[in-house]
Design a protein around this ligand. Structure first.
Ligand code: F0G
Length: 426
């Protein structure tokens, strides 16, 4: 494994306590060591582990991250901090495909991870590295999912956690979860971008280990969303993979995973990435429209609090991922996000608002003729429906796709139940 700064080339040891370059603060890139096999032999190694340990074995053997350990972080078992995580389902629901306007839309539901979001895949690796480098505390800025995940994995590792979230701007579910897992939680008077600046300064000056997706070990873990998805598709990739984009950690991880999978002969075709932002928080989409000629920053505002980010940290990695996959970056309105969420929720699958941006983005690109109706698409649902409960009881009758379903208060007798059933039948 080689760890090097993408900006100045500085090389670091594999137990480095630095999450960004100590010389120029640039993003660090990890090149994994060559795995023991390539192509079909490597597929077979991963497939055998998946079928042998899906339900039993040690947490490390069961983990959908550590199954791919040669491509993630080769290390001794004793260092690994795992719940386990991963092994998330690939779901298909006719109503959602129909809504998006495509024959086959599959949804990989990362909300099935232990803390309810995809962040657990990066966090198991970040906390493992925190142990390996002897970190005495770990910190992050967050819109709520990173903080929940970091708090949980830090508790598991026995390392104190410090979390900075924008006051009044994250969902109650995520805040409660973060506090419950025992992280010292700071409500910062500012937005996510202010929190990230502050946590970076704290990491530099106060010596805490940085747990945000700037940390290259987070990216190495999040690559396994792609490895596992490819494995679930029998190593026959879909034409498109759509995901919501905020700080661009996941977009970066997906591009890196696809590059490595292709170089190692795990796949012969490269799917196109579709990164979807909310239109009130869409600096990356603006830049894509200009062929990435300029980097933009905005004051972010969207109902999808998880991706309310105006100055994405993993910008250069994100650009590389979109370029490598011949990808597309799109922006969708809050109305389109909530409409897509309503359809996903009513199908019984459910997800948080930011996750639904991926389906809204697919629908928009099909309407524009960029995605063809015969192409295969997998969207990533990044977070669980319970993450953001405030938004679910909001009703809006302007759209035929929104399904307002307000709970009904009744007296405690059978005739009241009967009246409700009769009115539902009419
Ligand atoms: N979806 C959800 C549910 C998220 O929580 C996030 C990011 C994203 C998508 C965007 O992913 O940042 O890698 O582009 N949440 C971070 C957090 C910022 O603090 O929980 P990204």
């Amino acid at each position: 494994m080689i760890i090097a700064c993408a900006s100045c080339g500085e090389k670091l040891g594999d137990r480095t306590p630095h999450a960004t370059c100590p010389k120029c603060d640039g993003l660090l890139n990890i090149t994994p060591a060559s795995p023991p096999a390539r192509g079909e032999a490597l597929q077979k190694l991963f497939d055998t582990r998946a079928s042998n340990h899906a339900m039993c074995g040690t947490p490390i053997q069961q983990s959908g991250v550590w199954r791919f350990r040669e491509l993630v972080l080769p290390t001794d078992d004793a260092s690994i901090v795992s719940h386990p995580e991963g092994n998330t389902p690939l779901l298909q629901r006719g109503v959602v495909s129909h809504y998006a306007g495509i024959d086959s839309l599959r949804m990989k539901h990362e909300g099935h991870n232990p803390t309810g979001s995809f962040k657990d895949r990066g966090m198991t690796v970040a906390l493992t590295q925190a142990r390996r480098c002897g970190a005495t505390a770990i910190a992050c800025a967050s819109t709520g999912n990173t903080s929940s995940s970091l708090a949980s994995y830090a508790a598991h590792a026995g390392i104190p956690a410090l979390v900075m979230v924008p006051v009044g701007r994250i969902s109650m579910g995520k805040l409660a979860q973060t506090v419950a897992y025992g992280a010292r939680t700071l409500l910062v008077r500012g937005d996510f971008d202010d929190c990230l600046r502050l946590v970076r300064e704290s990491a530099q000056s106060l010596g805490v280990y940085l747990g945000n997706s700037l940390n290259p070990f987070r990216i190495e873990g999040q690559k396994t969303i792609i490895f596992e998805l490819l494995q679930q598709c029998g190593w026959n990739p879909p034409d498109w993979i759509a995901l919501p984009a905020g700080n661009l950690g996941n977009t970066s991880a997906f591009g890196k995973a696809l590059r490595e999978a292709h170089e190692l002969g795990l796949i012969s075709k490269i799917p196109r990435l579709l990164s979807v932002q909310a239109s009130g928080a869409a600096p990356f989409a603006h830049s894509f429209a200009e062929d990435f000629a300029n980097r933009h920053k905005v004051r972010a505002e969207t109902i999808a609090t998880a991706i309310r980010i105006g100055d994405p940290a993993s910008w250069d990695r994100g650009v590389a991922a979109i370029r490598f996959t011949n990808g597309v970056v799109a922006a969708v309105s809050d109305g389109a996000i909530m409409e897509a969420k309503s359809v996903i929720d009513a199908s019984g699958v459910g997800c948080e608002p930011a996750s639904a941006a991926s389906v809204a983005g697919v629908k928009a690109l099909i309407a524009r003729g960029v995605i063809k109706s015969g192409e295969s698409v997998v969207t990533i649902l990044t977070g669980h429906v319970l993450k953001d409960p405030e938004k679910m009881l909001v009703s809006d009758t302007n759209s035929p796709h929104l399904h307002p379903n307000p709970p009904i208060e009744i007296d405690a007798n059978l005739s009241a139940v009967e009246r409700v059933l009769k009115s539902a039948a009419n």
